[in-house]
Design a protein around this ligand. Sequence first.
Ligand code: ADP
Ligand code: MG
Length: 208
Amino acid sequence: MDTRFFTTWMEEATAAVRAGRDHLTRLDAAIGDADHGTNLDRGFTAVAEALAARPPVTPGGVLVLAGSTLIRKVGGASGPLYGIAFREMGKSLGEATEVSAAELAAALEAGLAGIRRLGGAEEGDKTMVDALAPAVRALALAVQEGGTPEDALEAAAAAAEEGAKATIPLQARKGRASYLGPRSIGHEDPGAASTALLLAALRTAASR
Ligand code: ADP
Ligand code: MG
């Protein structure tokens, strides 16, 4: 997977967030402050612009630029969290111009570690971690089993989607939704839903 692949991922993510913006905002209206879709749409629109204006020459460069842009443009909790995740992914890839599925799996793992370090959420706290952690596990397993990158990213996207849906019965223990206590039960976490969109965009990039 080369620089073009990672740029395509970010373009697909921008399109997916744009298409999902109102849905994400509705999810955030139920248990937050109704800004998650608009926050991310603003951020990824800026990411697409930044990549077009200053095209990076490595996969790591694409992800670091995406992360820095998200930190600058997305307010709220999710901006710094996604920002750090993409920056850590990019740093993990270093200066490589070609990335293997195993290296991508390690990069996603580093992104997850960044989110955990910054936000302190564990699985089950009803956050983006509930979608990303199972996706990272599914990707690592598929790579270990020697599947194609397409199959591995399909498995990761499916696990993220399942993880996001599995936040519905949970009570939030981190972020704004935690202020609602038991009233956060019965709603999908918006950040978990957007993480599933980002993993779906990664799968789409691989099928191109
Ligand atoms: P805000 O809550 O500040 O309005 P957003 O609406 O953009 O920010 O994002 C909310 C999402 O951020 C939540 O749905 C959750 O997935 C994620 N989130 C919030 N706090 C944390 C945390 N400490 N760790 C991981 N994810 C978190
Ligand atoms: Mg919000």
